[in-house]
Design a protein around this ligand. Structure first.
Ligand code: SF4
Length: 431
């Protein structure tokens, strides 16, 4: 029997955010993640994400250790015989750089990891679909330290598992959902030859479908599910921010945000929202929910309509996973990312001081959306503040005034507050 009764809280849940690239992993840490999960260049389920090369992995492992954060590396694709060589090399490398843990889904990978890297903590991927405490105990006996439970469990079922095992339990709280059991889907492979189980999903469940009568090729009949067409396989996005007090009370060890394919704006906003809400409801006798800022952060990023999916199967809204409204919605977009101000290093450098009086409040921005004077920039701070700044002055690296700035350029602008490198800056989207 679990020595930890349901209400016997062990520790504050870890907030785990996606790190789709070296930069996004560092942004996740800055905006409040206790740990990030990342993919290397092989054998993970997000092969279309930028992922991290060996040097970035080593640098991030060092950064994580130095700052007391977690770093977990995904090796969770289904392994074919040809994958076992790269798997061996990856495990040895992760052992050598002292990664905080590795996320696996294949029993062979568990076996090999125990043999080659016995000190490397093993986390079981949600793709294994662990749905009861006996499965959890099985994996614990096999050397798994933490299980990411199946997304398809209700809160009652999660609590039942918690009562029967003391191993670390992790649940997804936010992000995209599969219309099938996570990853156990052949749709993409069948329709495009790209396997979801090896990280190449083309997401055909999000596509628009029409009806064709076989003797009338080329005639596409609309299926009138909604005004925008028919998205019969399209899932809403998971959002459990209102349920953090319940999950914390249930003794869940880690809360995971999905989204290694998402951008810096998503990582900063969603991590900040969950960080602040989790802090507000801890200790878990407090039933605090998300405040206005956190709710706005979740609406600001690109998302489908939100759902609590399987957590409360008897609620009238459940199961609302399929939605005719497939279009992604968002109230804001990424304007840019703050960079360290280039320094003058000598007479012959092509970087000059800003043309106005050089002030400590000049900030350097890597532009990600087209900027125009007159717009209002929103600078996101990890503590929940969002400082607005009307864009009245903007210069290029030669000190020339700009009226507009294009994506992937560097500009500098005077702001009346301190900023920091990797700070995320957003813009309202026109309605
Ligand atoms: S096609 Fe859709 S349901 Fe299937 S694995 Fe890809 S995202 Fe998931």
């Amino acid at each position: 029997m679990n020595p930890y009764p349901l209400e016997g809280i062990r520790r504050k849940p870890e907030l785990l955010a996606p790190g789709g690239s070296f930069e996004k992993a560092r942004i996740a840490y800055l905006y409040g993640a206790d740990a990030v999960y990342v993919g290397g260049k092989a054998l993970n389920l997000r092969m279309r994400s930028k992922n991290l090369g060996d040097e970035d992995l080593a640098a991030l492992a060092f950064l994580a250790r130095r700052s007391g954060k977690g770093l977990y590396v995904t090796l969770n694709s289904l392994m074919r015989p040809r994958d076992l060589g790269p798997l061996k090399a990856a495990l040895e490398y992760l052992r050598d750089i002292q990664a905080g843990g590795v996320i696996v889904g294949d029993p062979g990978a568990v076996l090999l990891a125990r043999e080659l890297a016995p000190g490397l903590p093993l986390h079981l991927s949600t793709q294994v679909s662990t749905m009861n405490h006996l499965s959890a105990r099985f994996w614990e006996a096999e050397g798994i330290r933490r299980i990411n439970l199946a997304r398809e469990l209700s809160l009652d079922e999660i609590q039942a598992i918690r009562r029967e095992t003391s191993m670390e339990l992790e649940v997804f709280v936010h992000g995209s959902l599969c219309v099938s059991y996570s990853g156990r889907c052949l749709l993409s492979h069948t329709m495009t030859g790209r396997s979801a189980n090896n990280g190449h999903c083309a997401q055909p469940c999000r596509w628009t479908y029409r009806l064709v009568e076989e003797k009338r090729p080329g005639e596409y009949f609309p299926v009138g599910e909604g005004p925008d067409g028919s998205y019969i396989l399209n899932s809403r996005d998971l959002c459990l921010i209102d349920d953090l007090p319940r999950l914390a009370r249930a003794g869940i060890d880690a809360l995971k945000i999905e989204g290694r394919m998402k951008g810096a704006h998503y990582v900063a906003s969603v991590t900040r929202a969950y960080r602040r809400t989790l802090d507000a409801c801890w200790p878990p006798t407090v039933d605090a929910g998300p405040d206005h800022t956190s709710r706005n952060d979740l609406l600001a990023v690109s998302h489908r309509p939100y759902t609590r999916a399987f957590l409360f199967p008897d609620s009238p809204q459940s199961p609302p996973e399929i939605d005719a409204e497939t279009s992604l919605v968002q109230t804001h977009t990424l304007a840019g990312i703050v960079r360290a101000m280039p320094r003058l290093q000598g007479e012959d450098v092509d970087i000059v001081k800003p043309s106005s009086q050089a002030a400590p409040s000049w900030t350097c921005l890597e532009v990600r959306s087209q900027l125009r004077l007159g717009q209002t920039l929103h600078f996101l701070f990890p503590d929940g503040r969002t400082l607005r700044h009307p864009l009245q002055v903007m210069e290029n690296h030669l000190g020339q005034s700009l009226a507009t700035a294009h994506p992937n350029t560097l500009v500098r602008l005077p702001v009346p507050f301190s900023t920091f490198p990797l700070q995320v800056v957003r813009l309202s989207r026109p309605h």
